[in-house]
Every structure is written in C-alpha cells, then in structure tokens.
Design a protein around this ligand. Structure first.
Ligand code: CUA
Length: 335
C-alpha cells in the first residue's frame, strides 16, 4: 500500500509537468501576442521567479529541519524552550517587507500604464449576455456578436457593459490582455492591441450559469485594409434573397416564427434579446462562439438550442425540418 502511495506521489508531478507541454494552446496567457499582454507577462516573470526562489528556500529549510532535528530517541529530554528573539524577528519582518516593496514598484507602474487610454484607439463596447457577447462599434454604427474585429497594430479601447437584467461575466482574450469583469448596470474599461493579424481565442471567466464554459469569444485582428473592408461590409444593408427562392421563404419565416422579436436584421426585425444577424455570415462562429458557422451546425442549433447549449435563452421553437432548411438557406445569404 505504502509503495502504491509513493508511486502515485512520484507520478502526479510528472503528469502535471506533461500537462504543461501542450503544443496547441491558443488560450495561453504566457505567450503574449500584443503589447498589453507582453507588459503583464514581463511583470509575471520576475514576480514568479522571486516567489519561486522564496518557496524553494522556505520549503527546503522546513524539510531540512524536519529531517535533521527529528526526535530519534524516545528517551531524549525535552529541548530547551525559548521565547522571542528580537534580532530574528526583525530580520524576517524587514526582509519580506523589502521584497514586497520591490515587487510593488513595477506592479503599480504596470497598473497605471494599463489604465491609460491609448491615443488613436478604436472604441468598442462589449456587453455580456447569458451566454454570448455583443460588440458595438458606436462610432461606426456597427453591431455584431462574439467576434471582436480590430485592426492589428492599433489599440482598441473597450467599454465593458453589463446588461441590467443579466449576471456577472468576465471578458478575457488571454494572448492579448488580462481579464476584466462585466458587472450588471456598471461600466468598466480596458484596452489592448494585437501585434499581428490573426484569430485569438477568448473565454468568459466568471461563472455565469449553465453555459459559462460555452461562452467563448474571438478577437479577429485584421490588416488595416481588411479591417476597412470589414467595416464597409458591416455598414452595408442586409442582402435580399432572390424572390421565390427557399431563402426568401426563410426570410418570411424569420418574421412569422417570431425570430425577429429577439434578433435584429436591418429592415426585417428590431429584436435586441439575441445577437444582431444582419451580417450573420460574416462571422466564423455563432452561439457564443461555441460552434463554427456551418449550415450543419446551424441546422442542429435551430432544431433545439437549449439541447446543444444548456441554459440558452433561445427556446426550442418546434420548427419542422423544412422550416429549418429554409431559415438556414436565408441566413446563408446574410454576408
Ligand atoms: Cu459569461 Cu461565464
């Protein structure tokens, strides 16, 4: 039995070490992909080293003392009892205080640096909903969901808003920035920047209900030209499906089945409960970035949303396979 415990004790750290070796770790905060994340990383590393050295030193001394001064002789007399040692106590108060001051100086500098609004920032409002993100570009007249589109090499200044009737969420794109809570009825701010164009995965990091783990996000950094093209497309009105096509029937169903009560498609519906779908097909993901935006996934979703995303506020509308096919055909036209 003892041997088994010893084996388990030896294997556990090895497993933990192996778990740290994932090659494909897109949500790795320790591999910063932008200046804000890099600044935080540059702070974590020295602080971690200081803490690591202290940990090893203190644990090492503790283990040494346990082994070296173990009572091996039952008949040994009780050791001399001492109380208080001014010099020792001063030493172990002053040294940690100095270490904390040394750690506090760069920490406070980073906190102040990061709270400054960068010049030339793109303003975006991010609103947390159960269980998806609303991204509003008020200056540009754009409303989208789950994907934060931004130009690489230019900072975004994000206003995080909590919807009044919602719960606390936390917005985190690990390769780009630290996390920031979204509190109902309140506003907070954060800013960050991506060095290179690319797709950066994010995640809600405040437990917010059944689909907290499904509440993902992506930050999509574009070249300036790509970003301008994205803006122009988002600002354009919705596509109108060809008359008589299944997509046109889908458009009629969108209103008839009540979808328009929750979703906005410009000119069709003004709902604000769910994501704005005017340019649904311009997004690579849907349902809180839980699914890739494919017709198959959308079909599965429309059949019974809460079955594939627990706690989803989008109800099962009891659509027939034919209605689902037409709605999917319609949504496919919304580039
Ligand atoms: Cu939203 Cu967790």
């Amino acid at each position: 039995m003892k041997r088994r415990w010893r084996a388990a004790a030896a294997v556990t750290p090895l497993l933990l070490l192996l778990a740290a070796c994932a090659g494909n770790a897109p949500q790795d905060t320790l591999e910063p992909k932008g200046p804000v994340a890099r600044q935080i990383d540059n702070l974590i590393n020295p602080v971690f080293i200081v803490a690591g050295v202290i940990f090893v030193l203190v644990q090492g001394l503790a283990v040494y003392a346990v082994i070296r001064f173990k009572n091996r002789d039952d008949g040994a007399p009780e050791p001399v009892q001492i109380h208080g040692n001014t010099r020792l106590e001063l030493t172990w108060t002053v040294i940690p205080a100095l270490i904390l001051v040394a750690v506090a100086v760069p920490t406070i500098k980073v906190i102040f640096d990061l709270s400054r609004t960068p010049a030339n920032a793109l303003e975006v409002t991010v609103i947390g909903h159960q269980f998806w993100w609303e991204m509003r570009y008020e200056d540009l007249g754009i409303v989208t969901a789950n994907e934060l589109h931004m130009p690489a090499g230019r900072p975004v200044e994000i206003t995080l808003k909590g919807a009044k009737d919602d719960v606390i969420h936390s917005f985190w794109i690990p390769p780009l920035a630290g996390k920031q809570d979204i509190i109902p009825g309140r506003e907070s701010r954060m800013s960050f920047e991506a060095d290179e164009p690319g797709v950066y995965l994010g995640q809600c990091t405040e437990y917010c209900g059944l689909s907290h783990a499904n509440m993902r996000a992506t930050a999509v950094a574009h070249t300036p030209e790509e970003f301008d093209a994205w803006v122009r497309n988002q600002q354009a009105g919705p596509r109108t499906p060809a008359a008589g096509s299944p997509a046109a029937e889908g458009e009629a169903l969108f209103t008839a089945k009540g979808c328009a009560g929750c979703h906005t498609i410009e000119g069709i519906g003004q709902g604000t409960v769910g994501p704005n779908l005017t340019h649904y097909m311009s997004r690579a993901v849907f349902a809180g970035a839980m699914f890739d935006n494919t017709p198959g996934n959308l079909t599965r979703w429309l059949r019974d949303p809460p079955a594939v995303k627990p706690g989803s506020k989008m109800p099962n509308l009891g659509l027939t396979p034919d209605e689902i096919a037409k709605l999917v055909a319609y949504l496919q036209t919304l580039n």
